[in-house]
Design a protein around this ligand. Structure first.
Ligand code: COA
Length: 258
């Protein structure tokens, strides 16, 4: 464990906070390892329903620690995955929803990880930059696929080729983030959404996320797959609770489901 990542469960929401403000939250191997463990453990814990990834005021993260990159360059795809790959695999494979709260700098992997979060919120003072090409490096963790798919090739090239700095309105316009708030309001707004997600029927939340993150397939195949899932869920205790609560004019309680 490292003091540079704080993990705190606030009810059913696990907050993973980068905490290395003196280095603008540049991410070290120890930090990736701690964040990967927090995601993997939370994935297996039925009381954790949603994750929030956050940073410090004015620094979400300045990206990978460049000293670490030079001293111990990670070998992505090796038999023994390095901590950064363990973290990104845990994030990309998370079955439960993950929300990012970006206040200030998001550089390099700080932007890449947004592509693997379900929702991303930024403050008005956030900035986004992927300087891989400027550093003579390459896009990472499928950002060369996910970025053009999300925002179109022109906008993706502005980030990945030109290495432009985007402000929050620009990131919002291109769909990199979901919404923008003042720095003071950001974490409250994010926690409200995380708590709302955490209170929803967990199997249905995971099912919707799994469908949205699945590999593309023909529309007719997808209709079949959704239909089979829909029929299964109609038999689920979570649906019974939702429908019964509606009939009884009360708020549904999904807290007992895992
Ligand atoms: N790796 C290692 N150290 C980093 C770092 C990184 N990615 N980003 C910032 N730091 C360190 C700085 O070296 C400095 O350390 P020092 O106080 O011991 O000298 C400290 O964090 C503060 O950074 P500083 O550059 O003084 O802050 P700034 O507000 O002027 O600029 C950045 C912030 C993020 C714009 C600038 O630090 C930067 O460009 N960092 C590199 C970002 C990067 O290329 N990331 C890798 C992407 S793959």
């Amino acid at each position: 464990m490292t003091e540079h990542v704080q993990v705190e469960d606030q009810g059913a929401v696990r907050v993973i906070r980068f905490n290395r403000p003196e280095k603008k939250n540049a991410l070290t191997r120890a930090m990736y390892a701690a964040a990967a463990e927090a995601l993997n453990d939370g994935g297996a814990d039925k009381d954790v329903r949603c994750f929030v990834i956050a940073g410090q005021p004015e620094a979400f993260t300045a990206g990978n620690d460049l000293n670490d990159f030079m001293q111990a360059p990670p070998r992505i795809g090796a038999d023994e995955p390095p901590p950064v790959e363990r973290f990104m695999r845990a994030l990309a494979g998370a079955e439960k929803p993950v929300i990012a709260a970006v206040d200030g700098l998001a550089v390099g992997i700080g932007v890449t990880m947004l592509l693997h979060c379900d929702l991303g919120y930024a403050s008005t003072r956030a900035s986004f930059r992927t300087p891989f090409v400027d550093l003579a490096l390459a896009p990472e963790y499928a950002s060369s696929l996910l970025m053009p798919a999300r925002m179109g090739r022109a906008a993706a090239s502005d980030l990945l080729l030109l290495c432009s700095v985007w402000d929050a309105p620009r990131a919002l316009r291109s769909g990199l983030i979901t919404d923008v708030f003042t720095p003071e309001a950001l974490e409250g707004e994010v926690m409200a959404r995380a708590e709302a997600l955490a209170a929803k029927p967990p199997t249905a939340v995971r099912a919707a996320k799994a469908l949205m993150t699945a590999e593309p397939e023909p529309v007719m195949e997808r209709i079949k797959r959704e239909g089979a899932l829909f029929s299964d869920l109609l038999q689920s205790p979570e649906f019974m609770e939702a429908a019964t609560a509606f009939m009884e004019r009360r708020k549904p309680d999904f807290s007992k489901f895992g």
